[in-house]
Ligand binder design. Structure first.
Ligand code: HEC
Length: 126
């Protein structure tokens, strides 16, 4: 028979683990995304796929296609340096300095670099 103190301890650990699982699923921090997303081996192809999947073209024109709700991203890699581009993809709110329509995407660091490499490839091919 387990002592009630030990049982309470186990319940506490189970509750903490459940809370951790919910947190990682609902609002994954960057270190978790970096650990769990597949490594990026072909940045331009991965960036192209991410731009399509994440719906960037719902607002931006990218590679001549997409909406003009927000800026046309043609030439953006010449206008903004890598640190600023990374900030836009990590935290649009911080990049804009206030509330903004662009959502905060849940992207690993590798995925962010991949999107930037894709945008650079478009800018140099134009
Ligand atoms: C719901 C609309 C929306 C979506 C979806 C969206 N953005 Fe944005 N984005 C904005 C707005 C609004 C701004 C700030 C004003 C502007 O550039 O028009 C912005 C700014 C940016 C900037 C800075 C542009 C500049 O000219 O200074 C970059 C880069 C960018 N977004 C990339 C992306 C990428 C890549 C995606 C997809 C992963 C994406 N955005 C998805 C609305 C959106």
């Amino acid at each position: 028979m387990m002592k009630s103190g030990a049982r309470a301890g186990l319940v506490g650990v189970a509750v903490a683990l459940a809370a951790l699982a919910v947190w990682l699923a609902a609002a994954p921090p960057v270190w978790w995304l970096n650990l769990t997303r597949p490594p990026v081996t072909n940045p331009v192809a991965v960036g192209r796929a991410l731009v399509a999947e994440q719906g960037c073209r719902d607002c931006h024109r990218v590679g001549g296609q997409g909406a003009l709700v927000a800026s046309n991203l043609a030439g953006v890699t010449a206008r903004l340096d890598d640190a600023v581009l990374r900030l836009w993809l990590r935290s649009p709110r911080r990049a804009a300095g206030g509330p903004i329509a662009m959502p905060a995407f849940r992207l690993s660091d590798g995925e962010i670099v991949a999107i930037i490499e894709y945008l650079k490839a478009l800018d140099t091919s134009e």
